[in-house]
Design a protein around this ligand. Structure first.
Ligand SMILES: *[C@@H]1O[C@H](CO)[C@@H](O)[C@H](O)[C@H]1NC(C)=O
Ligand SMILES: *[C@@H]1O[C@H](CO)[C@@H](O)[C@H](O)[C@H]1NC(C)=O
Length: 280
């Protein structure tokens, strides 16, 4: 009986972990300013009001920027959020809410912070970063090498073509998808960037990807105001060491334990009943 329970706990763990790790709340990165604010300061009130404006806006919009200075005009806070262009508004809303909940865990009391999940991005700070370009590289990640160690020029040719279609600017918009053969690519700019700024940022991200991942079947590059990534069909570009997976696993273990305990209770009740009916 205990072996069966163990099996059930692990199978529910495996299935739940996969579904959680694949979804739009998967963790990509978080960054915090070194500077912290004083708890209960007017600055904190500005931050809280800004974050609640973001939470409200995410129910009906995929991008918004705010300046909050109501509690203290001398220390304004600037902030924005951006959902990935293909998310439904309800997924955008839950993604932003999840990102907001991560903020206090990763960056408690920091003057500025940013959280990037698979499906959304949010950032706030006391510098007026909204509307300004930012191509600083925040994260780069490469998948396995094409052809399992050898050079696979087919995949790499398709990769370059898929990435070129993102950066050409013809696809336009802040959310871009491209494909060539079995390789798919996507890019997302933050909504405060104009068309030219977005083109420049995506071109910079693509250049980073090509330089950092010359032979990889998958890769991503996250810059200050945009990101780009590509992957080959059949290669799910997962982040093995990221926090989203950890959250997913923790949730899975908790659910697994609840299922296990419920099963023990159920089986105990069943056995007692079976024992009683045996006596009758
Ligand atoms: C942000 O806050 C810190 C600490 O109060 C201050 O030193 C810095 O100048 C501020 N930055 C801006 C752009 O106001
Ligand atoms: C910031 O938000 C305001 C108010 O919604 C909007 O008018 C402005 O265009 C936004 N600025 C940028 C850079 O997105």
């Amino acid at each position: 009986m205990s072996e069966l329970l163990l099996l059930l706990v692990f199978s529910s763990l495996a299935s739940l972990t996969t579904s959680v790790a694949d979804d739009y709340t998967g963790f990509v990165y978080a960054g915090c300013s070194q500077l912290k604010y004083t708890p209960d300061s007017p600055y904190q009130l500005n931050v809280e009001s800004l974050l609640s404006s973001i939470a409200n806006a995410a129910t009906f919009s995929s991008y918004a920027n705010y300046t909050s200075a109501s509690a203290a005009a001398s220390s304004p806070v600037y902030g924005l959020f951006q959902c990935r262009g293909d998310l439904s508004s309800s997924d955008c809303n839950s993604c932003v809410r999840f990102a907001l909940s991560q903020l206090s865990a990763f960056c408690p009391f920091t003057a500025g912070a940013a959280v990037q999940l698979n499906g959304c991005f949010l950032r706030y700070g006391n510098d007026s970063f909204v509307g300004k370009p930012d191509t600083s590289v925040l994260r780069k990640n490469c998948g396995p090498v094409a052809g399992g160690g050898g050079y696979n020029s087919d995949v790499l040719g398709m990769r370059d073509a898929a990435l070129a279609s993102l950066a050409s600017g013809f696809t336009g918009g802040s959310y871009r998808v491209g494909a060539a053969g079995s390789v798919q690519a996507m890019a997302q700019c933050v909504g405060d960037q104009g068309a030219k700024q977005c083109n420049d940022c995506v071109a910079a991200a693509v250049a980073q990807l090509k330089a950092a991942c010359p032979f990889a079947v998958a890769g991503d590059a996250y810059l200050g105001k945009c990101y780009a990534k590509y992957w080959s069909s059949g290669v799910y570009h997962s982040d093995t060491n990221d926090h989203g997976d950890q959250v997913g696993k923790t949730v899975a273990i908790i659910i697994g334990l609840i299922v296990g305990v419920a099963l023990i209770i159920f089986l105990a009740a069943f056995l007692r009943k079976a024992g009683n009916s045996g006596k009758d």
